[in-house]
Each structure stands twice: as structure tokens, then as C-alpha cells.
Design a protein around this ligand. Structure first.
Ligand code: NDP
Ligand code: GDR
Length: 344
């Protein structure tokens, strides 16, 4: 029988790749969309016409119950969040509501619609749940590389909200016997990444400089290190986690770490430019508290899921710079639409 998946955050980077992957697996895919006239919904329709849409907002419990009742999903992927770390200091309460309490509301919608009572019923419920946890929970890292057993020390309101969602998912698994798991995913990028994140900011910046539209690229701290992978690879791991016999949280990353300076050097190099001629450090992009280094130990993902990344760092950065060069070279693409370049 065709499996039915409901994805929150369908209009985001991961939502689009996950929807493509699940459609290719023969699933019926539903996306939760919010707002009265969300411009990203039109873009999603252009990219993935087969996805069915249902209205809902992570701030609105009733809308989530209605969405789950309407879709009757076999799987729910909770990707929706305020996901930009600096915004979580500017709108800390909203981040707590969406990125943290939003997880509670999705889990409650599943619990209520599955008829699970408030007492523990082992193995109860048909709906499998995936939570988009984050390496930002490790924050000031206690050890390196980070595994499923590394303690958390989040460094931003975003990281704190994700940690709440992570433990809540674990708690619903233990309290109600739900098949509820978290993927602890490290940074993953693509040509569909939002322009506020550093990889896309750099690939767009390089393309603008190469095409003579800008001369400088202003960045924050260049010494921080991240474990960067390709989003298209990571959504496979999300799906695999829901196909297992036992619900278990899994770290997903490449196991290789690079600095922002490495990223910048590579990206400018792809366009035949020297980064020091163009990059300016700007305190406006330095964070109140930084996560200095992250590096995954993906051995559980490799052993238990049979997962491994197919796209390496150099290939990823080349893909992003070439995509943005093509995008900005397209007639009409340099227009005034403020969303034109940053949202796929
Ligand atoms: P994006 O920022 O690209 O997408 C976020 C999505 O959340 C958008 O579809 C947005 O919809 C939706 N959203 C925001 N607020 C609400 C709300 N109140 N109700 C319903 N939907 C809402 O994120 P990514 O695709 O990069 O990441 C997906 C998830 O994975 C996020 O939870 C992120 O925190 C997490 N994550 C991401 C990593 C990465 O490197 N990309 C790594 C680890 C975790 P709208 O169009 O309406 O704004
Ligand atoms: P991150 O991603 O905070 O790790 O969260 P981001 O790309 O924003 O930053 C990565 C690192 O680069 C440094 N940096 C800059 N970052 C941005 N955005 N802009 C700059 O100008 C700049 N200069 C230096 C940052 O300080 C940081 O250390 C992403 C999000 O997708 C989260 O939702 C997700 O949970 C984590 O990855 C894993």
C-alpha cells in the first residue's frame, strides 16, 4: 500500500529534497504550509507539482490536529523551525514557540489523532515521527567528534529550543511508546539553501563579485569550523530512520570539518578569484556566543542505516558557486525582487 508522509517545513531547503526523495520512493507526499499568500508555496508548486498541500502553523495546535486528521499520515517529518541561529537572539521567544514548543504541538496532534491516552501504551500508534534535531545542541563541545552520547551545551536560543524538542521527542517515545526519533544533523547545504546561511551567502557573494555586481563580501568569524554536507544526502538518512524496527536517535554528518576560511578560499577559487582581495570581516556578523567547532562521528548512521554521504565538501561548494553563477547570469535574474536570489 502507498505510504503517506506529512512534512512540516516543506517550503524550506530540506523539505524540497525530502519531498523529492519520498516521491521517488513511491510515497504520497503532503506538505504543511502556513500563511495566507506564502511566496515560497508558488515556488514549491513549480518545483514539485505532485506534493499535496495542507494548511497549518506550528504556533496553532488546532491547525496541526486538523492537518493530521485530514492527511492520515503513516509518517510525519517535523522540519519546520525558525532555523537561522542569529535570529534566535533577536526573536528568542518566537524561536522557543516555533522551534521548541512547535515540536510539542506536532507530537500532541499525532497522539490525539492516534487515540493514544495519557498512559503509556507500548508500541501504540501507527504514525512514525521524525524530529529535525541539530548539531547546535552540542554547542560548546564536550568531546570531538560528537556522537549520540555526547552531552549537550547549546550556545543560542535556537540550540536551546532544539534541545527541548529533542528531549521531548525522546520523552514521547518513552512515555507513550510512540515511534518518535530525532536525527541529529550537522550543517547541510545546497543551491536551495537560504542566502542568510554562510555557504549560500558566500556562493552568491562570489557570483556577484565575478559578474561585477559587487566588490566585497562582508562576513563574521572565519575561524569557526563546521562539518558541511549536501542536503540531498541527508534527507535519505531521515527516511531511513523511519524504516527501522527500533526507534533510535542518530547523528548524521560527514566526519570531516572545515573552517569558514576554507569555505571562502574554495568558493572564490572556483570562480578564479582570490578571497583576500574581497572578503571583509564585519563585527555585525559576529555572534554573542559562538559554536567554535563541530565534527560528526557518523558511525551509527553508517552501521545501522547503511547511510553514507555521496557529495564531499569540494564538490558541494563547486556545485553551489556554479549554480549561483548560472542563476545570476540568467537574463532577468538580477532584478529587484529581494527574494529573487535567496529562495529557490
Ligand atoms: P529552512 O529555514 O530552509 O526551512 C524552515 C521551514 O520552517 C520553512 O519551510 C518555513 O516555512 C517553516 N516554518 C517556519 N515557521 C513555521 C511555523 N510557525 N509553522 C510552520 N512552518 C514554519 O530550514 P532547513 O530546511 O535548512 O532545515 C530543516 C529543519 O532541519 C529545521 O528544523 C532546521 O532547524 C533543522 N536543521 C537544519 C540543518 C541544516 O544544516 N540545514 C541542520 C540541522 C537541523 P515558511 O516558508 O512558511 O517560512
Ligand atoms: P549555523 O549556520 O549557525 O551553523 O546553523 P550558518 O551558515 O549560519 O553559520 C555557520 C558558521 O559560519 C559563521 N559565519 C557566518 N554565518 C553567517 N550566517 N553569516 C556570516 O556572515 C558569517 N560569517 C561567519 C557563523 O558564525 C557560524 O559559526 C545552521 C542552520 O541550518 C541551523 O538551523 C542548523 O541547526 C545548523 O546549521 C546545524
Amino acid at each position: 500500500m502507498t505510504r503517506r508522509a506529512l512534512i512540516t517545513g516543506i517550503t524550506g531547503q530540506d523539505g524540497s529534497y525530502l519531498a523529492e526523495h519520498l516521491l521517488a520512493q513511491g510515497c504520497e507526499v503532503w506538505g504543511l504550509v502556513r500563511g495566507q499568500s506564502n511566496p515560497r508555496v508558488r515556488r514549491l508548486r513549480e518545483l514539485l507539482g505532485e506534493v499535496k498541500l495542507v494548511r497549518g502553523d506550528l504556533l496553532d495546535q488546532g491547525s496541526l490536529i486538523s492537518a493530521v486528521e485530514r492527511v492520515q499520515p503513516d509518517e510525519v517529518y517535523n522540519l519546520a523551525a525558525i532555523s537561522y541561529v542569529p535570529m534566535s537572539w533577536q526573536q528568542a521567544e518566537l524561536t522557543g514557540e516555533v522551534t521548541g514548543l512547535g515540536v510539542l504541538r506536532v507530537l500532541e496532534a499525532i497522539r490525539v489523532c492516534s487515540g493514544i491516552s495519557s498512559s503509556r501504551t507500548p508500541g501504540s500508534g501507527q504514525i512514525r515521527f521524525y524530529q529535525a534535531s541539530s548539531s547546535e545542541m552540542f554547542g560548546m563541545v564536550a568531546e570531538s567528534p560528537q556522537t549520540e552520547r555526547t552531552p549537550f551545551h547549546p550556545r543560542s536560543p535556537y540550540g536551546v529550543a532544539k534541545t527541548y524538542g529533542h528531549f521531548l521527542t525522546q520523552n514521547y517515545r518513552e512515555s507513550y511508546g510512540m515511534f518518535a526519533v530525532s536525527g541529529i544533523l550537522f550543517n547541510h547545504e545546497s543551491p536551495r539553501r537560504g542566502s542568510e546561511f554562510v555557504t549560500r551567502k558566500v556562493s552568491l557573494g562570489v557570483a556577484r563579485i565575478k559578474l561585477g555586481l559587487e566588490r566585497q563580501l562582508r562576513l563574521g568569524t572565519l575561524t569557526v569550523r563546521r562539518d558541511w554536507g549536501f542536503a540531498g544526502d541527508y534527507v535519505r538518512a531521515m527516511h531511513l530512520m523511519l524504516t527501522r524496527d527500533v526507534p533510535e536517535d542518530v547523528v548524521v554528518g560527514t566526519g570531516v570539518t572545515h573552517s569558514v576560511e576554507d569555505l571562502v578560499e574554495r568558493a572564490f577559487g572556483v570562480a578564479g578569484l582570490y578571497w583576500r582581495d574581497h572578503v571583509v570581516c564585519d563585527a555585525a556578523f559576529v555572534r554573542p556566543a559562538e559554536v567554535d567547532q563541530l565534527c560528526a562521528d557518523p558511525s551509527t548512521a553508517v552501521k545501522q542505516l547503511g547511510w553514507e554521504p555521496k557529495v564531499g565538501f569540494d564538490e558541494l561548494i563547486t556545485m553551489m558557486v556554479e549554480s549561483d553563477l548560472a542563476l545570476l547570469s540568467t537574463p532577468g535574474a538580477r532584478g529587484d525582487d529581494p527574494f529573487g536570489h535567496d529562495i529557490w
